[in-house]
Design a protein around this ligand. Sequence first.
Ligand code: PMV
Length: 318
Amino acid sequence: MRVRASAPGKAILVGEHFVVEGSPAIAVALDVRAHVTVERIEENIVKVISRELGEATYGEHEEEDRLYPVYIAAREVVQRSGEPTGLKITVESDIPPGAGMGSSAAVAVATVAATAKLLGLTLTPDEVAQSALAAEVVVHGKPSGIDPTVSSYGGAILFKKGDKPKRINADFDQIRLVLADSGIQRSTGKLVSKVLETKKKFPGILEPLYRSATELVEKTREALENGDFATVGELMNINHGLLSALGVSNAKLEELVYAAREAGALGSKITGAGGGGMVLALCWKEDAESVCQRLRGLAARIIVTPVSDKGIAYTLEN
Ligand code: PMV
């Protein structure tokens, strides 16, 4: 038997970085997905084959290479099942890696979901996210858990470390997200550490920003529930200012953020760790094309996507 599962990438609407220290954040699932197929093999090893990143085998000799988190995600489930088994895992992801779109989390979530189903375990979305988090720890040290959570649930999620994630009841039908890639590679782990160091150095200056972010996220949630996307955009712009204050913006990201706003986005900001990666612009459906046009030539790549309600999905079994 083979089980194929998929999980979506994500964008953080508001609250990244602040969420690491216990503030809330809101993330949405995107219509861009990672697909993972898992089957048993006779040998007691885990073989990972990635369309994007090549192949690796784990079991006896373990090297912490780029596919290692996929192995960790599967190993979490095998350990939970208490039934050692060899696995072949095939990964196909349409989510650009290392750009703040939650590609590693989506791959981990799909791996956990497919492996659990193959081994006959029934896991809740929270349990899938928790197992996938073990893989995220390998990728970037101190993850808040927001990425695997939104990828498991789909839709829009209010996330706060230690609390049960809450699905936000919002209608995104008339909205498109435009994601513009700065083309600058960055490491989430390093940026998270840098922000935490700055907070340690200037607690009296940064702590008010964390309180401000908490209120900003609460107001964003209200605006989303009321369908007031103009206010959501305004709050995203303020959130961008807070992220700049934390030191995770740069000239390229600012250029993209302002170009999107000038071209008619409701709001635009860094999304994810910053330092590079993607800028997120919230747009009315009918304005998305002119925002894209303005960003073309400035961005290394542009992705336009609706918010997706779909979290984990099983796409094939035989
Ligand atoms: O890895 P990214 O770029 O999707 O960003 C993760 C968001 C942070 O808040 C910076 C870190 C985290 O684990 O929540």
